[in-house]
Structures are given as structure tokens and as C-alpha cells.
Design a protein. Structure first.
Length: 426
């Protein structure tokens, strides 16, 4: 274990951690230059990214030192302000790695857009028949609207129509599935959708009310899976077999109760969002899609499932849409995003989604395991104590001493931290 350069990485100083990362054999010369230069967003670029920019808001940038996905080891970048997220993901990744890591499945990666039509005099059967007749010409119009994606092997993959209605209105909704290759593809898809509006209005003899991408990317669904033996989950007080039984029960609880499922999924998204942000992707889109996907059955459900196999192993899966990209958005202009892709070895969009799904599974394993054994506060409050110490003004030298005092305090809050710091300084 001590031969691992990342052994007790969290106990190292900031300079030591950077040096270990800098000297790691997987770090490219380009990544080293980026790390030396700094990963903060330059003021000049920030000023061009948004309206009325006045300052840059920073967040901590950390790593999960090792996560094995499909037999390949990754150093995973994460950006988050929540104290326990990276710690939990790192711990659970060690457990997953002992079990061989995760395996993943992603059948396709396509974005979905929609054109909503009202006031059509045609029946749904008539609209479907005309769509089949004109599908080839619609494909041509779509691909001509963005020929560069066709040259890269992407382009429109399918068009279909469904009837949806409320008490007040009936809609014919045309869905367009687009292979955006490595790009996130939002602007690309919206351009193609707008090019299709007029021909689809003519087809239906109706009126389009809007043409827009959907963040429910059901054609970009990823599944990550792990199989963990009981011995890996042994604790000082609980046998691995019992831990597995309790994790399976916790999984069933999250299926039965939407209040629990919501918090269950929030914890998963702690990890997923952190990697999505680090890699320059749109975390609001990923969040929206994940929670909508969790609701497709009609009741909000957990994104993970934990069961026990016939020999007593814990089997975990996570399934959700992850339409992330490796080009586009802020990736090309944010130094932190560029470093993230370099650190990961420039994965494809599919590979990146597989890594992110695996982090989500690790994050959930850490949370549920803690909840059904020692409780989540034990590890979280140690990190919370550090945040409290910083909030009341403890210096770098004072912080470890203050954390020790806070660990023994009956109440962990800012008032207590301030009083203990004053005592420490007397």
C-alpha cells in the first residue's frame, strides 16, 4: 500500500499533493504545464463569458486518486464546495477497486429534440403516414442544416411523432434523435430543429409553438455496475454479510419512499455534478435529466439499485442519462476544464459518461454504507469541523488543534468554534 504514491493522499500538504500529482507517470507534459500555470479562469475570459461580469467565484478543485472503470484506472477531477464529497468518493473508489472496479454499458449516445405542433386537422395515423413518406427528405434537410457533424460521422438518427394532450390542448410532438459525436450538441441540435419547423408545419398542416432540445436524454443512458464481496465491506464492528443485507434494505427503502429517494439521489449527484463541473459540462442539464429519468415510472425512484447475488456478493448498478461532451461549451476556454480532460487521458464522450456514472455509484456506496453502519455524521462532522474552523478565522497552524477540540465538544457550531479558538489563542 505504501508503494502507492496516493497512499494517505488526504493527509499530505497542498504542495505535497501537487508534487505527487506532478510526478505521477500518467500526467502528461501538457497537464504539468497547465498545473504549473494554474487552473483558475482568467478575468479576461470570464468577462467575455457572461453579461455584467464583476468577479470570479472560485470552488475547490480536487481529485479521486484512483478509480477503475472497465479495467482502466483514472485520476478523476472533482470540483465541489461540500466537505465530504471527495473524501467519500475516494474511500468508496478504494472499495470498488478492490472488487475490480466498475463495468459499464452505453448502447448509444444521442441527443433528443422536439417540435410541438398544434391546430393540425389531421389524425395521428395520417401524420404518421406522411412522416414515413417524407422522412428521407426531412433527414436531408436536418443534415444539411449542420453538415459538419455529418462529416464527423454524426447527424440525425431518427424522427418520430407522438400525440400528447392536456385538458385544454392537443399536441403532435415530433422527436428528433441526433448523434452529436463528441460535442454536448445543444446549439447544433437547436439549429437542426429550427430548420425542420417549416417542413413539419407543412406536413401536419399545423403550427409549431416551439422547437427545442430536451434535457431528458433517454438515448444517452449509461449503466455502471459493481460486484463486491462481503470481506471488502467488513468493518470493525459489523461483518460484511450484515453490511450487505443492510445496504440492500436501504435500497428497498429508497424505492418505497420518495422522500428518501430524493436525498439518495442528491447524494449521487454530489459526485456526478463535481466531475461534470470539472470537465466543463452543463451540470444543470445533467441534474434536470437525472431527476426526470428517476420519475419516468410515475413515482420518483432511486438512480441506483443494490441487491445480493446467489453467492452473497453485493451487486450495485446505477442507470441515468449522461449526455456529456468533450468539446463545446466552456471546455475549450476554461483552464480547469482543459486540465480535467488532460488528467483523464482525453476520454471520448462515451468514456467520460462511463467514468461519471461510476463516480455516482461510488458516491452512493459511500453514503449508504455509512448510513447503515456508523451513521453519516461521523465522517462528515470531522470535515465540517474544518469548515467551521476556517469560518471563524483559524490559521493553517491553528486548524488541526481547533479540530481536535471541536471533536470533543458536545455541540458543533460556529459559536462553539469561535469560543474554542479564543481559548486556544489565550
Amino acid at each position: 500500500m505504501q508503494n502507492n504514491p496516493f497512499y494517505k493522499f488526504y493527509q499530505k500538504s497542498l504542495d505535497e499533493r501537487k508534487e505527487i500529482l506532478f510526478n505521477h507517470p500518467t500526467l502528461t507534459s501538457k497537464a504539468k504545464k497547465q498545473l504549473n500555470k494554474g487552473l483558475a479562469l482568467p478575468e479576461s475570459i470570464a468577462n467575455q463569458m457572461v453579461e455584467n461580469q464583476i468577479e470570479i467565484y472560485g470552488l475547490p478543485y480536487g481529485i479521486v486518486p484512483e478509480l477503475i472503470v472497465n479495467g482502466k484506472s483514472y485520476i478523476v477531477p472533482m470540483v465541489t464546495e461540500e466537505p465530504s464529497v471527495i473524501a467519500a468518493a475516494s474511500y468508496a473508489s478504494k472499495l470498488l477497486n478492490l472488487a475490480g472496479g466498475t463495468t459499464t454499458i452505453q448502447e448509444k449516445r444521442e441527443m433528443i429534440g422536439e417540435i410541438a405542433i398544434v391546430n393540425s386537422p389531421l389524425t395521428l395515423e395520417e401524420v404518421k403516414a406522411k412522416l414515413e413518406e417524407q422522412k428521407e427528405s426531412l433527414f436531408t434537410i436536418a443534415n444539411n442544416a449542420h453538415p459538419s457533424i455529418v462529416k464527423r460521422g454524426g447527424g440525425i438518427r431518427e424522427i418520430w411523432v407522438e400525440e400528447k394532450s392536456t385538458e385544454k390542448e392537443q399536441f403532435y410532438i415530433f422527436y428528433i434523435s441526433l448523434d452529436t459525436k463528441e460535442a454536448m450538441g445543444a446549439n447544433m441540435l437547436n439549429t437542426i430543429l429550427e430548420a425542420l419547423v417549416s417542413p413539419i408545419e407543412a406536413l401536419t398542416e399545423g403550427e409549431s409553438i416551439m422547437a427545442i432540445l430536451s434535457n431528458l436524454a433517454t438515448n444517452s443512458v449509461v449503466t455502471a455496475k459493481c460486484v463486491i464481496s462481503p470481506r471488502i465491506l467488513d468493518t470493525r464492528t459489523t461483518k460484511g454479510e450484515d453490511v450487505i443485507d443492510r445496504i440492500v434494505l436501504a435500497s428497498e427503502f429508497s424505492k418505497a419512499d420518495p422522500y428518501r429517494a430524493t436525498t439518495h439521489n442528491k447524494g449521487i449527484m454530489n459526485g456526478i455534478d463535481s466531475v461534470v463541473i470539472a470537465t466543463g459540462n452543463d451540470w444543470r442539464a445533467i441534474e434536470a435529466g437525472a431527476h426526470a429519468y428517476a420519475s419516468l415510472s410515475g413515482q420518483y425512484q432511486p438512480l441506483t439499485n443494490w441487491t445480493k447475488d446467489e453467492v452473497g456478493n453485493l451487486v450495485g448498478t446505477i442507470t441515468l442519462p449522461l449526455p456529456v461532451g468533450t468539446v463545446g461549451g466552456s471546455i475549450a476556454i476554461h483552464p480547469g476544464a482543459q486540465f480535467a480532460h488532460e488528467l483523464l487521458g482525453h476520454p471520448s464522450a462515451v468514456e467520460l459518461a462511463e467514468i461519471i456514472a461510476s463516480i455516482g455509484l461510488a458516491q452512493n456506496l459511500a453514503a449508504v454504507r455509512a448510513l447503515v453502519t456508523d451513521g453519516i455524521q461521523k465522517g462528515h462532522m470531522r470535515l465540517q469541523a474544518k469548515s467551521l474552523g476556517l469560518a471563524v478565522g483559524a490559521t493553517e497552524d491553528e486548524l488541526p488543534l481547533l479540530m481536535n477540540l471541536l471533536a470533543k465538544a458536545p455541540h458543533l457550531n460556529q459559536e462553539t468554534a469561535k469560543a474554542l479558538l479564543e481559548e486556544l489563542r489565550e
